[in-house]
Write a protein that binds this ligand. Sequence first.
Ligand SMILES: [Zn+2]
Ligand SMILES: [Zn+2]
Length: 383
Amino acid sequence: MSLDQKAARVFGDDEPTHFGSGWMSGTISVFLGVMAVGAVICFYIPELLTSPEVRAVLPIPLIRTLIQLVIAFGFLLGFLSALLRKRKVLGFTGIALAMLAALGGGGNVPVEGAVQTTPVYLGLDWFLLNLLLLAVVFVPLEKVWPHRRGQSVFRVGWTTDTIYFFVSHLLVQMSTLLTLMPAQLFFDWAIHPAVQGAVRSQPFVLQFLQCMLVADLAEYTIHRYFHKSRWLWPFHAVHHSSTEMDWLAGSRLHVVDIVLTRGLTFVPLFVLGFDTGPLYAYLVFVSVHAVFIHSNVSWRFPRWVENVIVTPRFHHWHHAIEREAIDKNFAVHFPFLDKLFGTYYGPEGAWPAGYGIEGNPVPDGFAKQLVYPVRPGKRSGAA
Ligand SMILES: [Zn+2]
Ligand SMILES: [Zn+2]
């Protein structure tokens, strides 16, 4: 039984899920409960469970108030759901989680002195923060403007993708290190102070756009290699194994895919030496844009916008099951790169009929997908 099915067995029922049925309040209550418990745990062992970069910018008093609010709403919505719904498991789970967070101290857990920086840490705070922000933005967007109507937040593979999201955020220290390492170790020689000086003397917006272009050129090349190479494809096939697209589907990336793509994409950014301001702005942009282009959002953009910047429709075609769309649309920011290199596919106004890889060669579940590319005899041909 898949994890999706196990979750459905524990929390699911045959009752309706429309507004007023107690399903939405119950689901939100469980979500808020998980958030609150996670946040309280962060306050107990901040040196191990939170990242120094996030700690440095978070307004802690505001976060403490937010935790109290999350607990209060978790309680309220849990009660509401339990009142409205025959099967009480959603409501009671939400109440139990909110209670656990409150008994654990809620937003008032004291932190003695300054938090020590330890050599190894996990990004539980980074996970909670990003999940909350992205869910608050993208779940309503996909409900109000869905491309595929009726697709649930809990679509096929949602548990797998949540684990990907969780693990990649938890291991933020390792992934940052591995992203910076190839450039710092092997491309020091390529740095020219005069070139870096000229790059940095440009206006913020120009540097930001150059970051996008340089990164996309690198990303395009690596991405195409992942599709063409018999050895690399199984690692990237994991990303293409989603049969339903939404904001969480983009998280499904094999660790080898992440490390190689990010590590190599960072090389030209490092060598050119962009200012930290535009570089960080680009990193924020790319993380949100990557989520957006996978999302189940039907927004129709004018043709000129679709030609300038990658939209969900463009990237959905990259994931399409249709044969004519295979090995097309490799760019992540600028569709003109695909036009330039002859890999563009974008029939006017149309969306793919389905997503995934013919024959579904990739198994379900995080652990199986982790070993899939290195299992002998399991290699599928390049797409
Ligand atoms: Zn791909
Ligand atoms: Zn994708």
